[in-house]
Design a protein around this ligand. Structure first.
Ligand code: ADP
Ligand code: MG
Length: 255
């Protein structure tokens, strides 16, 4: 087999994700409209907007869980084309955390964390387990390593999902409403872990309506509506002086 394309080595601040004129349709429905977005290495971006505005679709296009039909997406200097080697190379470097955790219920926490490193990256099992334990400590649940997901609270399961994503040593982490399925008392433990990661310098794109998190952690907040990026700005400006009427309306509803 031909070797996978190698991600380019980037300094902080250099573009790690670029979308140019990205369009996507579901059948006749135009879900992403002319999306232009450049994300710098190490940048932390929060994406918000009404339900159905295309937020999930946008971030799912970045690791090819959804396919765009027009425009270009370049991640780590690799073009997201139909070449499966490009897709595989990008997926290895982009971790994803979902609203519903998506852990494998029949595997223990530790096995959930070692599966991809062992099978995809061919990391020796002992090494993968040591790494997994390190990340389980990072998300503050090393003592749960031998339990099954069903034995954990929602907040703990989501922290396992974050540890699992980290075990592939990605340069980019995508989060799709990671706290929306959690009981209120568990939201903070997950946001605390995400804040801690953000301080570690990983590039993060987070779809969330947790505006406290956005204010504290985001370098830039993006507002989407009806498939478009309507407005984007650093949090002080985004919350303090939103320019677009649709942004103001949205913020008025959620704040
Ligand atoms: P958001 O995450 O902002 O709520 P989504 O990206 O999930 O929005 O969805 C945007 C729109 O696309 C919604 O109207 C949704 O119903 C529609 N949609 C999402 N996934 C599909 C799909 N697989 N097939 C058809 N329509 C879809
Ligand atoms: Mg969504």
């Amino acid at each position: 087999m031909t070797a996978l394309p190698t991600p380019v080595t980037l300094a902080p601040g250099e573009p790690i994700i670029e979308l140019r004129g990205v369009n996507k349709w579901y059948g006749d429905f135009h879900v992403l409209r002319d999306i232009d977005l450049t994300v710098a290495k190490g940048e932390r971006i929060v994406i918000c907007g009404p339900s159905g505005s295309g937020k999930s679709t946008l971030i799912r296009c970045i690791n090819r869980l959804e396919e765009h039909q027009a425009g270009r997406i370049v991640v780590d200097g690799i073009e997201l084309s139909n070449d499966v080697r490009n897709i595989e190379a990008i997926r290895r470097d982009v971790g994803m955390v979902f609203q519903q955790f998506n852990l494998f219920p029949h595997l223990t926490v530790l096995e959930n964390c070692t599966l991809a490193p062992v099978w995809v990256k061919k990391t020796p099992r002992a090494e993968a387990e040591a790494l997994a334990l390190r990340y389980l400590e990072r998300v503050r649940i090393p003592e749960q390593a031998n339990k099954f997901p069903g034995q954990l609270s929602g907040g703990q399961q989501q922290r396992v999902a974050i540890a699992r994503a980290l075990c592939m040593n990605p340069n980019i982490l995508l989060f799709d409403e990671p706290t929306s399925a959690l009981d209120p008392e568990m939201v903070k433990e997950v946001l605390d872990v995400m804040t801690d990661l953000a301080q570690g310098g990983i590039t993060m794109l987070v779809v969330t309506h947790e505006m406290g998190f956005a204010r504290q952690v985001a370098d830039r907040v993006i507002f989407m509506d009806r498939g478009e990026i309507v407005e984007q700005a650093p949090p002080e400006e985004f919350f303090g002086a939103p320019k677009n009427e649709r942004t103001r309306l949205f913020l008025g509803q959620i704040l």
